[in-house]
Design a protein around this ligand. Structure first.
Ligand SMILES: NC(=O)c1ccc[n+]([C@@H]2O[C@H](COP(=O)([O-])OP(=O)(O)OC[C@H]3O[C@@H](n4cnc5c(N)ncnc54)[C@H](O)[C@@H]3O)[C@@H](O)[C@H]2O)c1
Length: 386
């Protein structure tokens, strides 16, 4: 299969590596020559490290590199079966690229975008043949992250969806098919991990070390919400929350936190700037000491965050955004959650989830804490997700 990648930054380079490893003939194009050179050098580096660690042989490295070539114009991509765009996150720039692309490629070529937040439908509408446009959303780093969300636009044909799922699965990725809605699965369902933790913090119920400890110790998450936000960077994490909130017509479930906004304004962007919620300039970071924690408080924190996550996953299913299996796969394989949220709901009990959500709603009387109708219905009918 001939694959073209447009944009040779973080994502484009990673996706090129994945496709070339799977045996595709890959052409990478970028308007910036330096970016292309950087991508070439990075690929060489990454593959050499894999050889050093004995993850691949030297022959395998040469085979992968041999599968990738670099193009200096769009016309060189004309023989592609699949084009994956990974340029800057700007709707007008992407729409212009997609409409230009149609002048070069064959009518059968699949045109995919790796956008994290833009409407696939709107990108497809810039094309003469919108039915061949689809979202193929990899996670960073693409060679390591197992999940790929596939998002048909409302114009996308069934055949293009089928071919895309088949192709990406053959690249040894786990595919989750998602309706074209803000945040797709992962960036939508994960919001409460950050926002509910921030809410607990803002209310002064617990400090960040305690909240992080609760989610790791009781929940089994690899990182606590504050550590993870610092790791992702507040500029990125805050903007995703804000864009999901805006795109959902200001649904209070997704309301961003002023505390996080202030960090962005201060330039305390997290680990990369030396300071976020935590201070990374001191050697011994204010680590949590388990004996200082009150077990009942830890439990309350965990239960509040987990039930909000479950409620969002349940609502995503309720609104037919994706299947239960794909929602659970997305969270375990896209963001390494220790368990799928719907399977977790079954384990904790659907009745328990409804009671917990109602408890929060009764306390706050905020729409943010409304229980998903699917949970209420399942509780009444004594059903489970799996
Ligand atoms: N970085 C992530 O964690 C991540 C994860 C998933 C999806 N995404 C999405 O992937 C896309 C790319 O993100 P990234 O982080 O790789 O960006 P990046 O800034 O690392 O790379 C973008 C590249 O696109 C090139 N470019 C810009 N305009 C172009 C054009 N018109 N034609 C050809 N090349 C052009 C730039 O020169 C640059 O090399 C975005 O849509 C982003 O939302 C990013």
């Amino acid at each position: 299969m001939k694959v073209a990648i447009i944009g040779s930054g973080t994502m484009g380079s990673g996706i090129a590596q994945v496709a070339a490893t799977a045996g595709c003939e890959v052409k990478v194009f970028d308007t910036n020559h330096e970016a292309l050179n950087r991508s070439k050098a990075n690929l060489e580096n990454v593959l050499s490290k894999l050889v050093e660690k004995e993850k691949i042989t030297n022959d395998e490295k040469l085979r992968i590199i041999g599968n990738i070539s670099f193009a200096s114009s769009l016309s060189e991509l004309s023989h592609s079966d699949l084009v994956i765009e990974a340029i800057i996150e700007n709707l007008e720039v992407k729409r212009k690229l997609f409409s230009d692309l149609e002048n070069y490629v064959s009518p059968e070529t699949i045109l995919a975008t790796n956008t994290s937040s833009l409407s696939i439908t709107s990108i497809a509408a810039s094309c003469q043949k919108p039915e061949r446009v689809i979202g193929i959303h990899f996670f960073n780093p693409a060679p390591l992250m197992q999940l790929v969300e596939i998002i048909p636009a409302i114009q996308t044909s069934k055949e293009i969806l089928h071919k895309s799922v088949e192709t990406i699965s053959s690249w040894k990725k786990t595919v989750a098919v998602v309706k074209d809605t803000p945040g797709f699965i992962v960036n939508r369902v994960a919001r409460p991990f950050y926002s509910e933790a921030l809410r607990i913090f803002d209310e002064g119920f617990a400090d960040m070390q305690t909240i992080d400890f609760a989610m790791k110790e009781i929940g089994g998450f690899k990182m606590g919400p504050f550590e993870l936000m610092d790791f992702i960077g507040h500029d990125v994490n805050y903007v995703v929350t804000e864009s999901v909130f805006t795109a959902f017509y200001f649904d209070p479930k997704y309301k961003p936190s002023l505390t996080q906004k202030r960090l962005v304004e201060a330039g305390y962007l997290g680990k990369k700037s030396g300071r976020g919620f935590y201070d990374y300039t001191v050697i011994a970071r204010n680590e949590a000491i388990s004996s200082n924690f009150n077990k009942a408080i830890l439990n309350q924190i965990f239960e509040r965050v987990i039930v909000m996550l479950i409620n969002e996953a349940a609502d995503t299913l309720f609104l037919n955004i994706a299947s239960a299996k794909d929602i659970d796969n997305a969270m375990t394989k896209g963001v390494n959650y220790p368990k799928g949220l719907l399977a977790w709901a079954d384990e904790l009990g659907i009745n328990w989830c409804v009671e917990k959500m109602d408890e929060l709603y009764n306390e706050y009387h905020e729409d943010r804490y409304r229980c998903s109708p699917i949970l209420r219905r399942m509780s009444r009918e004594n059903k489970s997700f799996f």
